[in-house]
Design a protein around this ligand. Sequence first.
Ligand code: SF4
Length: 254
Amino acid sequence: MKAHEASTSATSRAAARGVGRVIPHAPKSSSAFHDRRSRTGALGITRPTSSAAERTAELARVRAKAKRCQACPLYKLGTQTVFGEGPVDARLLLIGEQPGDKEDLAGHPFIGPAGHLLDRALAEAGIDRTEVYVTNAVKHFKWKPAGKRRLHQKPNSREILACRIWLEQELDLVRPELLVALGATAAQALMGRAFRVTTSRGQVLKDSQGRPVLATVHPSSVLRAPPDQREEQYQALVADLKKIPHGKPKPRKG
Ligand code: SF4
């Protein structure tokens, strides 16, 4: 069995025991890195106090490894791995579903139309995008051809699970005070498949590891809404973001 197949298989077994559990093959170096020192944040989550420079360097190493990931078939479809971006000391970490067409080509998350809408919603909620870490549950673009266009395809549970190893390392290194799940894929990756954004959006809940999570819709769903509903759905997204405790997260000092 190849290394990445073994890795995916181990993760699948973990998933069978429940979504949101600790990924068994999360690198020891990362955990040990955080065990050295920690402090508790405003929402009760224990945060690392290793220097931002150390964690930035570790995140760069993880990002470099993710570039070579072949743990699921999506590496054959996407142009490149689109890893998360933002300050390693961000108090707020936003998780979307997967990179879109523009993100896939540029190699950066949330830079397309949905990203622009997210920027506007964050600004309206009093949150500076440059102060938050943004990433996706799945790091490669899944698509199918539609004429000259590449049509977005929803990642399946195996792909989400395979990619969880990268998300967990981002969460472990940034260890934000609050995770914001944008859309059902991200929300269910953290809260389990029974979780419904429609009924639980805008509430700070905890995932199975005790991490505070607030779920809302993905900005692309606002863009896809019928024109006469778009403004209402956008305002609902802004209202959810305004519920983030203490308003404007600011990067911690390293
Ligand atoms: S989608 Fe995630 S798990 Fe699949 S190949 Fe890309 S980085 Fe690896």
